[in-house]
Design a protein around this ligand. Structure first.
Ligand code: NI
Length: 258
């Protein structure tokens, strides 16, 4: 299967009329007005045209998203919430040519919050929010000798430890239809109390009981956070925990879909 994703960059302001030209590099639409900047992404599938090599012309996708946004703003002049917006994005399909199927749409609200609607195979909204914590750790395996630890983990085995600024992205699924009962402030509070407060400004090997006998690698940190969060009611079903140890290294923990 081939999938094509196009990102529509726009500013959200009342009375705005979107057109394809809204999708400039900076999403500026030719102005420097202050307004909420957002990204809307559509992922589509279909057949690649043998003559052009295109699945669909990206200008068609730009126009479809612009027209969807125009319709949405016109129908919701008094504002909306983000869940309501993302739930309506299957209507982008109305502006797509025959044979082009919308698989996913995603609204990136800020670098730290995004909502993705999985149209196929299941109508779910995947909400992802990032948080951060700073911590020290020492990579050391109790099942290896001191020399083996030094050889294998190198400078990460430094006896006094070293630190990282970790970024955690938690993804939960909420139903795309019906009363979801999801509250972002409640979700954020749960992430803070169950994750950040247990890890932030701690030495993981020393201060966090889960790592007393478990090497605090980024893989194991993701697994421990998953265990903590899987035992509480988040307002949606937990789908993924991503932990960035550095901008170049991250681990995802999830469970296979049943
Ligand atoms: Ni490290």
């Amino acid at each position: 299967m081939i999938r094509l994703t196009r990102e529509f960059r726009f500013f959200w302001r009342s009375g705005e009329t979107f057109d394809r030209s809204s999708n400039s590099w900076a999403g500026s639409g030719g102005s420097l007005l202050a307004a909420p900047f957002q990204l809307l992404r559509s992922t589509v599938t279909g057949r690649v045209d043998a003559r052009t090599g295109y699945l669909v012309n990206i200008q068609v996708l730009d126009r479809a998203m612009a027209e969807f946004c125009n319709e949405y703003v016109a129908a919701n002049a008094n504002g909306t919430d983000l869940l309501a917006f993302i739930r309506t994005t299957p209507n982008i399909s109305r502006h797509l040519p025959d044979g082009i199927q919308l698989l996913e749409s995603e609204l990136v609200v800020t670098p730290y919050l995004s909502l993705k609607l999985v149209v196929e195979p299941a109508m779910d909204v995947l909400l992802t929010e990032q948080c951060e914590f700073s911590a020290a750790h020492r990579l050391h395996s109790n099942s290896m000798t001191a020399e083996e630890n030094r050889d294998y983990f190198g400078k990460c085995n430094n006896p006094a430890g070293h630190g990282h600024n970790y970024v955690v992205a938690v993804t939960v699924a909420v139903p795309a239809l019906g009363d979801v009962g999801f509250s972002l402030p409640t979700f954020e509070h749960l992430i803070k109390t169950h994750v950040v407060d247990r890890l932030d400004h701690k030495h993981l090997n020393v201060d966090v009981p889960e790592f007393a006998g478990l090497n605090p690698t980024v893989e194991n940190i993701a697994g421990v956070i998953w265990q903590w969060l899987s035992n509480i009611e988040l307002g949606g079903s937990l789908r993924n925990v991503r932990v960035y140890e550095t901008p170049k290294t991250w681990a995802d923990f999830s469970q296979p879909m049943i």
